[in-house]
Write a protein that binds this ligand. Structure first.
Ligand SMILES: [Zn+2]
Length: 341
C-alpha cells in the first residue's frame, strides 16, 4: 500500500510539471484518495486462507490516476471513490461577473455557475442559480455590469432539473423568455409546457451566426444535457463544451448510464473539436478553471486557462469513465460482501 502510494506520488510529481502549487495540492489529496478508495471496500475472506480478496477496482483507480491532469485531480478525488468529498455543498456567494471569451460571460456564484452566450441575435443564458432572488440580484446585475442587456435574453437553457440550476427560472418565465430543458428533466419542473421547450440529443439551435448543439448525458439526472458552441478568444475560434452534470448521482444503474453518456459525449466532442470545457461546479471539477473564473484580477494577458486543448479534454473524459467503471466494481464488490453504502 505504502509502495503503491509512493509510486503514484512519484508519477504525479513527474506529471504535474505545470505548477508547484498544484503538485502540492495533488500530493495532499492523493494518499487520502487512495486510502479512501481502498477503505471503501470490505474485503471478503479468500476461500480457505482467510486473506484479503484482491480489490478489483484498484487497477482501474490507478489507470484513472495516470490519465489525470493536475488541474483535474479534484475530479479524480471526487469521482474515483464511492464516498468522495462533497464540495458542491451550496456554500458560496456571488462571484465577480466577468467576460471569459469574446462571446461568453460568467454571471454565477462561486459554487454554481450561470453563463451568458452572446450572439448576433440576442443572448442565451445557461442556468439560473438557486432562487428568483439570485436571478434578480446576481445574474441580472452581473449582465448589466458586463454591458449586456438582460432584456436581450432570448433563451434560457437549463442543464438539468436540480434546484441550484433551475431555482431562478421563475424570474425569466415571468418575463416570457423561452426556456429549454430535456424532456425527462421537465418532469420535476412541472411538465413540458410545449414541444419547442424540449431539448433533444443532437439538436441544433441557432441564434444569428451562433449554433448550439445539444447532447443528452443521462446519469447525474435522467435528462442532464451538455451544449457545444463556438467561442472566440480575441478573435480566435475555439469550440466550447458546457456540461451540466457529469457525475452520476445514485447507484450502479446511474453509473452505468453515466459511463454510456461519457462515451457519447467523448465521441461528439472529438468530432466537434471541443477544446474548451466549462462546468457549473468548477470547484469540484477543475481547480485551474475555477481560479481563472473566480479571480479575474489575477488573469494573465494572452492566457485563457479555459482553453484546455482537445487532447487534454478527451483524456479527462477517459479518466472520468475509468473512475465510473471503478465505482461500478466497488458497488459490485460491496453488494457481494453485503457492505452497505
Ligand atoms: Zn445537479
Amino acid at each position: 500500500m505504502q509502495k503503491i502510494r509512493e509510486m503514484l506520488a512519484y508519477r504525479m510529481i513527474k506529471k504535474a510539471k505545470r505548477s508547484v502549487l498544484i503538485v502540492g495540492i495533488g500530493l495532499a489529496l492523493l494518499p487520502a484518495t487512495l486510502v479512501n478508495a481502498l477503505q471503501a471496500q470490505t474485503p471478503a475472506p479468500a476461500e480457505g486462507r482467510g486473506g484479503r480478496a484482491p480489490d478489483r477496482s484498484l487497477p482501474l483507480v490507478q489507470q484513472a490516476l495516470k490519465l489525470t491532469d493536475a488541474r483535474y485531480l479534484i475530479s479524480f478525488n471526487r469521482y474515483c471513490m464511492l464516498n468522495g468529498p462533497n464540495t458542491a455543498n451550496g456554500k458560496g456567494d456571488a462571484a465577480v461577473p466577468s467576460q471569459l471569451f469574446d462571446n461568453l460571460y460568467y454571471v454565477g456564484r462561486t459554487d454554481v455557475g450561470a453563463w451568458v452566450l452572446k450572439t448576433s441575435d440576442g443572448l442565451v443564458l445557461f442556468d439560473t442559480l438557486n432562487t428568483p432572488e439570485e436571478a434578480a440580484n446576481i445574474v441580472v446585475p452581473g449582465m448589466r455590469k458586463l454591458g449586456l442587456d438582460p432584456d436581450q435574453v432570448k433563451l434560457v437553457v437549463l442543464t438539468h432539473s436540480h434546484n441550484d440550476h433551475t431555482g431562478g427560472l421563475a424570474y425569466f418565465r415571468a418575463k416570457g423568455v423561452r426556456v429549454m430543458v430535456s424532456e425527462a428533466d421537465w418532469g420535476p419542473l412541472g411538465g413540458v409546457p410545449n414541444p419547442e421547450s424540449i431539448i433533444h440529443d443532437g439538436q441544433v439551435v441557432t441564434f444569428g451566426e451562433t449554433s448550439i448543439t445539444f447532447v443528452l448525458i443521462p446519469g447525474h439526472t435522467t435528462g442532464t444535457i451538455a451544449a457545444v458552441f463556438p467561442v472566440f478568444d480575441r478573435g480566435q475560434r475555439h469550440v466550447a463544451l458546457l456540461a451540466g452534470g457529469i457525475g452520476p448521482t445514485g447507484g450502479v444503474d446511474q453509473h452505468r448510464a453515466a459511463i454510456a453518456s461519457i462515451a457519447h459525449l467523448s465521441a461528439v466532442t472529438r468530432q466537434a473539436g471541443v477544446d474548451v470545457f466549462v462546468d457549473p461546479h468548477e470547484a469540484i471539477i477543475d481547480s485551474t478553471a475555477w481560479g481563472y473564473i473566480m479571480r479575474p484580477e489575477e488573469r494573465k494577458p494572452n492566457q485563457n486557462e479555459l482553453i484546455v486543448g482537445a487532447d487534454r479534454f478527451q483524456r479527462f473524459t477517459q479518466m472520468l469513465s475509468t473512475c465510473m467503471q471503478a465505482r461500478v466494481v466497488m458497488y459490485e464488490q460491496n453488494a457481494s460482501t453485503g457492505t452497505r453504502q
